[in-house]
Design a binder for this molecule. Structure first.
Ligand SMILES: Cc1ncc(COP(=O)(O)O)c(C=O)c1O
Length: 407
């Protein structure tokens, strides 16, 4: 949905420079059509099995994005009370919400219980005991799924690997059966399923296949002991193309794991975030200075790690392209921001036009874990977010001002 027409970069049918003139820069721009297309692709790929996509809203929790996805039937994967609040406000039915996270507080558990979410994906025995105590107090049986840590390497960045034995997430695979027995004996709880999330930006099928096999074996063991599960939540993690990765498509993912999972007769839950919104957004920024030092040239732009932290945090690669092609000769540059950290860069060693001042640059694939990880570090108000639909666009979150910096 981001393409050039007459040398100008468009989002759907709107030239991005038009948005920049009206809304200023930096600005996040999302394509509604792309969000919907990605969601439908994923949904279609798994249509041969009863399933629910619980959108991992940590990827992008803007109200307009949530409303778009919930209106298509998506549920929500939440990780905090704040996400629960936002999900409900955007109209998701509570019984389509799953709640994962190693550190759910008592208050968050009470809030989710009162709301009537579908289930808690539990990550420790102490958490199970707390949920049980709260359930007893409010005289309600609570559905829980065990988040299993399968000790599988998803071969992604170590900061977004969540399924190796040394990671803090989930209950070790070897302890899952005894944990299930404990839950079964608890009158306040219902063991409704198993959950596993391998990590994020996964670009090969083999970790998923290993996970499917391990989960399938565990389900069969629990069933043999007389436990009746309803759900198998396989998390999210499907990668996208930022640079030269070749991630599997949702269809390839489905094809590789459904033969193992189908005969379990469980309802499948998927918790994708990045795949749904990652390539649906860009960050548009403006060059404010040019600087040449020994062996290096910098384009200094009016956005940086506070707006988009992935390069600084994960050394992540985001394509950067000019909003207008053919304006001047290209040079090797580092695109850096105004923040007082040497890690504040958006791209290194890129071939970009050098001379034109005020030129607009688009940082691509900025729909997931970009705005949602933004901060006010250096007391910088956050940029606005814009949603494009066909030839219309609207601001879906206003630019912050100094008023937002008062405390
Ligand atoms: C429990 C859980 N589910 C789903 C996701 C979404 O992952 P992705 O955006 O890679 O699909 C995450 C991301 O960290 C997560 O922690």
């Amino acid at each position: 949905m981001f393409h050039y027409k007459n040398n100008k970069l468009y989002c759907e049918n709107v030239p991005v420079e038009k948005i920049a003139s009206a809304a200023g820069t930096p600005v996040y721009i999302y394509s509604k059509k792309q969000v919907i297309g990605n969601y439908l692709n994923l949904n279609n790929a798994f249509k041969s099995i009863s399933h629910l996509i619980c959108y991992a809203m940590k990827a992008n929790s803007n109200h307009a994005i949530l409303k778009t996805l919930f209106s298509l039937g998506a549920g929500a994967d939440i990780t905090s009370g704040g996400e629960l609040y936002r999900a409900l406000r955007a109209g998701v039915p509570p019984d389509k919400i799953v709640f994962a996270g190693v550190g759910k507080t008592k208050e968050e558990i009470e809030y989710a219980l009162k709301t009537g979410i579908l289930m808690f994906n539990v990550e420790s025995t102490e958490e199970i005991e707390l949920i049980s105590r709260i359930s007893r107090q409010i005289k309600r049986k609570t559905r829980i799924a065990i988040r299993v840590n399968p000790d599988i390497d998803p071969h992604t960045h170590k900061h977004i690997t969540t399924s190796k034995a040394e990671n803090k997430f989930g209950i070790p695979y070897e302890q899952a059966a005894s944990t299930a027995e404990k839950i079964r004996k608890d009158k306040n709880l219902i063991l409704s399923g198993l959950h596993c999330h391998l990590g994020s930006q996964i670009i090969s099928l083999s970790p998923y296949i290993q996970m499917a096999k391990k989960l399938s074996l565990l389900v069969k063991q629990l069933t043999a002991r007389g436990m009746r599960l309803e759900y198998l939540d396989i998390g999210g993690g499907l990668g996208i193309k930022y640079h030269n990765e070749k991630p599997p498509t949702p269809y390839e993912l489905a094809e590789s794991i459904l033969p193992v999972l189908k005969n379990l007769n469980l309802k499948l839950i998927l918790e994708n975030g990045r795949y749904i919104v990652g390539n649906s957004g860009i960050l548009l920024t403006k060059v404010i200075y040019h600087k040449s030092v020994k062996n290096k040239k910098f384009l200094i732009v009016n956005s940086g790690m506070t707006d988009l932290i992935r390069p600084a945090f994960y050394d992540a690669y985001h394509e950067i392209v000019p909003a207008e092609l053919g304006k001047s000769i290209k040079t090797r540059v580092d695109v850096v921001g105004p923040i007082c950290e040497s890690s504040d860069y958006l791209g290194r060693n890129r071939l970009l036009p050098w001379n034109s001042t005020d030129q607009l640059l688009a940082v691509l694939c900025a729909g997931a874990y970009c705005f949602s990880m933004s901060s006010q570090y250096n007391s910088r108000p956050r940029p606005p977010e814009v949603m494009v639909e066909g030839n219309k666009w609207k601001i879906i979150r206003k630019r912050e001002t100094f008023k937002d910096l008062e405390v």
